[in-house]
Ligand binder design. Structure first.
Ligand code: GTP
Ligand code: SPV
Ligand code: MN
Length: 588
C-alpha cells in the first residue's frame, strides 16, 4: 500500500532516507493486521500472552526500566518566537529543534521495519475530527494505536481527500534517556519523538497531537483541546447531562468517566464518552459540544479492583495490552490493590521481592478499545458530539481545596481552572506528591503560552450566552493520619448530582469568596461512613489557608507578565480582597 497523496509519499520517502529502515510497511488498521502484530511481538519477545482462560487475548509488555512515563523535562514546543510557547513550555527554535533531533534520527531505523500509520482523531465522519500519520519503528506502538485511534484505510482516505495531516515521526532510538526528546512544531503541524517507547511519548495521536498540536490549532480556530473526560449522567427520570472534567494525570478521570452508581443511587446510569481528552466546540446555537478524539483507553492499572471500579476491572479481563504490571504464578496480570492473587514476577520480570519495591510499576497501564467498556456510550461515535452542561476542574489536594465548589461566573471559572494545583504523580518521570500549579490539568499539554490560552478561554463569554457552569472538585482530602476523608469512586456521583442540581438551579448553596459551596445537607450522605466532622471539613473553607492560596495563585499568574489577561487578574484580586475582608459566608 502507499497513497495517492504526493505530499505524504514524499514525507515517507524523506523519513526513510534519513532513518534507513530495512523495509517500509503501510498499516491498514484491520483486525487481522493487529493479530499479526501481536504474533510478531510474541516471537520477538517484546510481548507475552497472559493466562488465556482467565484473560483471553490479553498480553504483557515490559518496557525498558528507564522508560516508564512521560518526560516533561524532555518535551519541547518549537515555535518561531519563544514567547508564543510561553513559560509553561520548554522551548527551542524550530531550526535548532530539527537540527538536534534529526541528528538522532539519522540511521535510527537501520535493521528495523518502518511502519506508516494513518489515523483519525475523532469519529471518522465528524467535521471536528483531525487526521495524522505516525511513522514509527515500534510494533508495540502500532498495536496500541490500533486500540486507541481510528487507524488505517478509512483514515487514509480522509487524509487523501483533505490533503492535510499532522506528521508524527517516532523512533524508539536506543532508549538512552540522554538521547530522548519529544518535540512539537505546531506551525508545521509536526511532531518528532525519539528515545522512548512509552505511552504519551510514543503514541503520537494522544498527548502530542490531540492536546499539544490540537490546542495550538484550537487557539487559532476558536475551539478548545482539553485534558478532560466526557461523561453522561442519566437520572432515574431518564434525563441525561453531559459533563467535561479536567483532572491532572493519574487523578481520577478514567475512574470518574466509568463510575458505577452507589447503592443509594440505584436508577442512575453513567455513560462514558471519553476518559482523557475532549475537543470542545461552540455549535451554531452557541451550545458547547464535546467529542472524544480517541477510541481507546491508556489507563492507570494500580488501584483497579472490584470495589473501586468493577467496570474497569471487567473491561481489562479480555483483549487488553498491559504495560509494566506484575504476574501471578498462574500468569494472570497483578498490581497493587488488585485485591486478588499474589505477585510471582514483578514489572521487570524478576521474582517478586518486596525489597525491590512495588510489584507493578505505579504508572503501569492498560490499553483497551473503548468499546470494551460496559458503560460505553454510542454517542461517542456521534459526529456532532454531546452538549456539555458543566465543566469541572480538579486536582489531588490533601488540604485546602474542598470537595466541590462552583464558580460564580465564566470569568471566575476560568480563574478556578487557571488556579488548579495538584500533587505530582508517577505519570511523569520525577518527584511524586509535590503540589504544583497545573492550570486546567494542561501544564504538560498546552502547546502555547498559558496567558494566551486563558485569554482564549475567557473569549468564549463574548461568543455565546449559554455557557456551562464551571466547578472544582477534590476527591483527595486527607485527615491528620493520611486517611482520605471522602470515599471517592462510585460515591463521587453524589457530588456530580449536586453539580447537576446547581446547573438546573434546583438547589441552594452557600456563597463564599471562592465560589458556591454545598449547604450542610447539600450533598446526600445517606449510608456513608463520613462523619459530620468529615463532611464539614470537606464542604467548608479555611479563610487563612485560602488567603495564602489566593496569593499563591496571584503570584503564579503574575509570572506570565504583560500577557496575563486583565480580566483574570481582576478575578484574582476581587477574591483576594473579599477573603481579606473576612466575610466568609453568606447564604444564597
Ligand atoms: P491519566 O490517564 O494519567 O490522565 O489519569 P486519570 O485522570 O484517568 O486517572 P485514573 O482515573 O486512572 O486514576 C488514577 C489513580 O487515582 C488510580 O490509582 C485510582 O485508583 C485513583 N483514584 C481515582 N478516583 C479516585 C477517587 O475517587 N478517590 C481516590 N481516593 N482515589 C481515586
Ligand atoms: C497522562 O499522563 O495524562 C496519560 C498517560 O494519560 S500518557 O498517555 O502516557 O501521557
Ligand atoms: Mn492523561
Amino acid at each position: 500500500m502507499s497513497t495517492s497523496l504526493s505530499t505524504l509519499n514524499a514525507w515517507v520517502d524523506e523519513v526513510a532516507n534519513r532513518t534507513q529502515p530495512e523495509d517500509v510497511v503501510w498499516c491498514d488498521g484491520s483486525d487481522n493486521e493487529y493479530k499479526r502484530f501481536i504474533q510478531k511481538m510474541q516471537e520477538a519477545g517484546t510481548l507475552s500472552a497472559l493466562n488465556s482462560d482467565t484473560y483471553p487475548d490479553c498480553y504483557l509488555h515490559l518496557s525498558d526500566p528507564s522508560d516508564v512515563a512521560r518526560v516533561e523535562h524532555l518535551t519541547y514546543v518549537c515555535t518561531e518566537s519563544e514567547i508564543e510557547a510561553g513559560p509553561n513550555n520548554n522551548w527551542m527554535s524550530p531550526a535548532d529543534g530539527h537540527a538536534k533531533i534529526d541528528a538522532l534520527f539519522d540511521g535510527a531505523m537501520r535493521g528495523r521495519t518502518m511502519y506508516v500509520i494513518p489515523y483519525c482523531m475523532g469519529p471518522i465522519d465528524s467535521p471536528y475530527s483531525r487526521c495524522g500519520v505516525e511513522i514509527t519503528d515500534s510494533a508495540y506502538v502500532v498495536a496500541n494505536m490500533k486500540l486507541m485511534t481510528r487507524m488505517g484505510s478509512a483514515a487514509l482516505q480522509r487524509i487523501e481527500r483533505e490533503g492535510t495531516f499532522v506528521k508524527g515521526l517516532h523512533s524508539t532510538g536506543d532508549l538512552d534517556p540522554d538521547r530522548r526528546f519529544i518535540m512539537h512544531f505546531p506551525e508545521e503541524l509536526s511532531i518528532k519523538s525519539i528515545g522512548s517507547g512509552y505511552g504519551g511519548n510514543a503514541l503520537l495521536g494522544k498527548k502530542c497531537h490531540a492536546l499539544r498540536i490540537a490546542s495550538y490549532q484550537a487557539h487559532t480556530e476558536g475551539w478548545l483541546a482539553e485534558h478532560m473526560l466526557i461523561v453522561g449522567i442519566e437520572s432515574p427520570e431518564g434525563e441525561t447531562h453531559y459533563i467535561a472534567c479536567a483532572l491532572p494525570s493519574a487523578c481520577g478521570k478514567t475512574n470518574l468517566a466509568m463510575l458505577i452508581p452507589p447503592e443509594s443511587m440505584s436508577g442512575w446510569k453513567i455513560w462514558t464518552l471519553g476518559e482523557d481528552i475532549a475537543w470542545l466546540h461552540l455549535d451554531d446555537d452557541g451550545q458547547l459540544r464535546a467529542v472524544n478524539p480517541e477510541s481507546g483507553y491508556f489507563g492507570v492499572v494500580p488501584g483497579t479492583n472490584e470495589d473501586t471500579n468493577k467496570n474497569a476491572f471487567n473491561m481489562i479481563k479480555h483483549d487488553t495490552i498491559f504495560t509494566n504490571v506484575a504476574r501471578t504464578s498462574d500468569n494472570e496480570p497483578w498490581w497493587e490493590n488488585k485485591k486478588v492473587g499474589e505477585p510471582a514476577l514483578d514489572w521487570q520480570g524478576r521474582p517478586y521481592d518486596p525489597a525491590n519495591g512495588k510489584a507493578a510499576h505505579p504508572n503501569s497501564r492498560f490499553t483497551v478499545a473503548a468499546s470494551n467498556n460496559p458503560s460505553y456510550s454510542e454517542l461517542a461515535e456521534a459526529p456532532a458530539g454531546v452538549p456539555i452542561s458543566a465543566i469541572v476542574f480538579g486536582g489531588r489536594r490533601k488540604e485546602v481545596a474542598p470537595l466541590v465548589y462552583q464558580a460564580k461566573s465564566w470569568n471566575h471559572g476560568v480563574l478556578v481552572g487557571a488556579g488548579v494545583a495538584s500533587e505530582t504523580t508517577s505519570a511523569n518521570i520525577g518527584e511524586v506528591g509535590v503540589v504544583r500549579r497545573d492550570p486546567m490539568a494542561m501544564k504538560p499539554f498546552c502547546g502555547y503560552n498559558f496567558a494566551d490560552y486563558w485569554a482564549h478561554w475567557l473569549s468564549f463569554a463574548d461568543r455565546t450566552e449559554t455557557l456551562p457552569g464551571i466547578f472544582h472538585i477534590n476527591w483527595f482530602r486527607q485527615d491528620q493520619d493520611g486517611k482520605f476523608l471522602w470515599p471517592g469512586f462510585g460515591e463521587n456521583l453524589r457530588v456530580l448530582r449536586w453539580i447537576i442540581e446547581r446547573c438546573e438551579g434546583r438547589i441552594d448553596a452557600v456563597e463564599t469568596p471562592i465560589g458556591f459551596l454545598p449547604e450542610a445537607d447539600g450533598i446526600n450522605t445517606d449510608g456513608l461512613e463520613a462523619s459530620d466532622d468529615d463532611m464539614r471539613a470537606l464542604t467548608t473553607i479555611d479563610a487563612a489557608q485560602w488567603q495564602v492560596e489566593m496569593d499563591a495563585i496571584g503570584e503564579y499568574l503574575e509570572s506570565y507578565g504583560d500577557r496575563l489577561p486583565a480580566a483574570l487578574r481582576a478575578e484574582q484580586q476581587r477574591i483576594a480582597t473579599d477573603l481579606k475582608a473576612g466575610s466568609l459566608e453568606k447564604a444564597s
